[in-house]
Design a protein around this ligand. Structure first.
Ligand SMILES: Cc1cc2nc3c(=O)[nH]c(=O)nc-3n(C[C@H](O)[C@H](O)[C@H](O)COP(=O)(O)O)c2cc1C
Length: 294
């Protein structure tokens, strides 16, 4: 009832752990892999990256604002850590780099991956993420070089802060197997006592409930123009959100910030989605993009 096929990967349900939420430890991925359809790792680059100093994550009313700054172990160390992944579900390794060759080299470190996600959208890291993803020519080259380096599915993670449909089309033309929409959206908070920005990096990316309608519209727009699968991400906190994203055109969805509020969110979403589908006697796959038919 909940099984889906995503670019050749068979997922037992469409619920995927979003990148970065649980840090860079295999033990956290193993815990979520007991229920999730697939898990995405925290984004990794070739070299160790310290990221920004604290405070770098802020719990805000309608979600989270973070400027972790793509902190990560080196690809070599992360590959070693991932040997502890118990393969409870497909593993998608998220990669970041500034040049096409960086992405190609990264692929070689992760024979353990079932698929790759390209971080072309982190809004708070200089010369990485969004700064790379906003350049259509560079995006095309990155997708092409990664596709030439692996036979595994490659998903490009996009941002609200770009012409998302234009970049989505570039990814499709370069033979990406799917796009992920969206990463966090730029924002900030100011401490009224110290009268300074709260985050050490001044601004960061907003995730959680606040961005859900924005992410949903990005999925909607991409579905109208693209033929490759779309993975919806942004502000999903309950089963109704999941259904909305799928009706808008997502084949699967990623869950991130909601884990900060409920460690059992995957299990409870599965139960609720099964009840919903039982009422209509339908499979989840048949709901994809249905809202466009009205
Ligand atoms: C603390 C934190 C760290 C994140 N790290 C990454 C990352 O390393 N790579 C990435 O592509 N997205 C990263 N994200 C973005 C999420 O994967 C996701 O796109 C975003 O949070 C929106 O989904 P949500 O509203 O369900 O959290 C991070 C988000 C948070 C809150």
């Amino acid at each position: 009832m909940l099984e889906i096929e995503l670019a050749g990967l068979k997922l037992r349900n469409p619920l995927v752990l979003a990148s970065g939420i649980l840090g860079s430890y295999a033990s956290s991925l193993n815990r979520i892999a007991r229920h999730a359809g697939a898990v995405v790792t925290k984004s990794v680059g070739l070299e160790f990256r310290e990221g920004y100093r604290n405070p770098c994550v802020l719990n805000w009313r309608c979600g989270i604002i973070n400027a972790v700054g793509l902190a990560s172990p080196s690809a070599k160390d992360f590959a070693k850590e991932l040997l502890n992944f118990k393969r409870g579900c497909p593993l998608i390794v998220s990669l970041y780099g500034s040049k096409p060759e960086d992405f190609a080299k990264l692929v070689d470190y992760f024979p353990i991956a079932d698929a790759f996600e390209l971080n072309l959208s982190c809004p708070h890291a200089k010369k990485l993420g969004l700064e790379v993803g906003r350049d259509p020519e560079l995006v095309g080259e990155i997708v092409k070089i990664v596709k030439a380096s692996t036979n595994k599915p490659v998903f490009a993670k996009l941002s609200f802060h770009m012409d998302i449909v234009e970049i989505g089309k570039v990814c499709e033309e370069a033979k990406a197997d799917g796009v992920v929409a969206i990463n966090t959206i730029r924002g900030m908070a100011i401490d009224i006592v110290s009268r300074k920005p709260v985050l050490s990096n001044v601004s960061g990316g907003i995730s959680g409930e606040a961005i859900k309608p924005i992410a949903l519209k990005c999925v909607w727009d991409l579905f109208e123009e693209l033929s490759i699968p779309i993975i919806g991400c942004g502000g999903i906190t309950n089963w109704r959100d999941v259904v909305e994203f799928i009706l808008a055109g997502a084949t699967a969805v990623q869950i991130g910030s909601a884990l900060f509020y409920s460690r059992h969110i995957f299990k409870s979403l599965i139960e609720s989605l099964e009840s919903y589908l039982r009422i209509y006697g339908e499979d989840i796959q048949s709901l994809i993009g249905q809202a466009h038919k009205c």
